[in-house]
Design a protein around this ligand. Structure first.
Ligand code: SAH
Length: 354
């Protein structure tokens, strides 16, 4: 039997084409689309305007793949919600809902596991399983929205692609997701409210620059020079810092958008004032913002957080060099909200029980 079509990975035109091929009137495509992406229905039978007579055909050809909530943790400190989702094939991913005064942000995963191997990152520790489809990335936002159906006026305002996986290693599906989530007849989330974070896949950064999407590009830099970066981030051995910053300058020139840099401060590794000066020199002339994050220690590595004092010195040094830098507020500290941590914990528990 051929696999059913993952309907939520289709755009409206693709859905329309298949609907017509199946001998169903064209206008039904729009109705189904609205039920899926606006009413967030997870079953054709729940779609009030779809006649029962069409259900056998729809169910025979399509599958509405919905991430199932396996676990939901709510931070008592700040209301951050961490979700562990099970996908149709049993894979497990994580997503996070962060509640800010300026709106709700959802952090989505783009792959099951990750192949980038950054030394400090929990997402990479259990290897790589597969990339997510566009519908599975979108499904995380929809499932979280459904969890809040009873909450008047709830909506997801911002999206960050900063969960498990490397978005640019899943380029086509991520692009499709960006178009789907922006669709006026769907979730209608503006590109300016979306941030995509990458460890630095240079050719894909250049390709993304030409997609004409005003999203925010966030670069996980984490080091001021090649020696430190190559020791913690294997991608740097493929594309070094000069090439990466050059790609960022190109991105900036093409899109006019400010670039964000993520920099996790690890005690004794990349957190001295000399490192800050080196970093400032590299970023000179680039319209950017640096997000500083004391590294989250993970169980598998003995990286330690920078000290409070070094954090202040580092931030001041960047600001004195006219590099805009702020310390990222840490949300959900009591619920393993940082990416990949909860999935790892549960996978380890599962393997111990077997
Ligand atoms: N693969 C993409 C998307 C992951 S985003 C990327 O690398 O950008 C997750 C962000 O959290 C990245 O900036 C990543 O480098 C950072 N991160 C991973 N582990 C961390 C840790 N232990 N402490 C602080 N930040 C971490």
């Amino acid at each position: 039997m051929t696999e059913k079509i993952d309907i939520k990975s289709l755009n409206e035109a693709e859905l329309c084409e298949i609907i017509v091929e199946l001998g169903i009137p064209k206008f039904r495509a729009k109705q189904i689309w609205l039920q899926l992406f606006q009413k967030l229905k997870t079953d054709f039978a729940e779609m009030s305007d779809i006649p029962k007579s069409l259900l056998p055909t729809l169910n025979e050809h399509f599958e509405i793949r919905t991430p199932q909530v396996l676990e939901k943790l709510v931070s008592r400190l700040d209301g951050t919600e961490k979700y562990l989702f099970r996908l149709y094939d049993g894979s497990i991913i994580e997503s996070v809902l962060m509640r800010y005064e300026h709106g709700n942000s959802v952090c989505v995963s783009t792959q099951v596991g990750c192949r980038q191997g950054c030394a400090f990152c929990a997402s990479t520790k259990n290897g790589f399983v597969r990339s997510l489809s566009a519908g599975e990335i979108l499904g995380q936002i929809e499932s979280i929205t459904r969890e809040h159906m009873g909450e008047e006026g709830f909506r997801v305002d911002n999206i960050v692609l900063m969960g498990i996986g490397e978005p640019l290693d899943n380029y086509d599906n991520v692009l499709k997701f960006l178009h789907l989530v922006n669709d006026k007849n769907g979730l209608n989330i503006g590109y300016r409210h979306i941030s995509l974070s990458t460890c630095g896949l240079v050719p894909e950064i250049k390709r993304l620059a030409r997609e004409n999407l005003p999203i925010t590009l966030s670069i996980s830099l984490h080091a001021p020079n090649d020696e430190i970066r190559s020791a913690t981030m294997p991608i740097n051995r493929r594309y070094n810092i000069d090439e990466l910053i050059e790609a960022c300058r190109e991105y900036q020139a093409v899109t006019g958008r400010r670039i964000s840099f993520e920099y996790a401060l690890i005690d004794g590794v990349n957190d001295s004032v000399e490192h800050a000066r080196e970093l400032a020199k590299r970023l000179k002339g680039l319209l950017c913002h640096v997000n500083l994050i004391p590294v989250n220690p993970i169980k598998e590595k003995n990286f330690k957080k920078t000290t409070k004092n070094n954090l202040i010195l580092f931030t001041n040094s960047l600001n004195n060099s006219k590099i805009n830098a702020t310390v990222r507020r840490r949300l959900g500290a009591d619920i393993d909200a940082a990416c990949g941590q909860l999935r790892n914990k549960r996978m380890q528990e599962a393997s111990q029980n077997n």
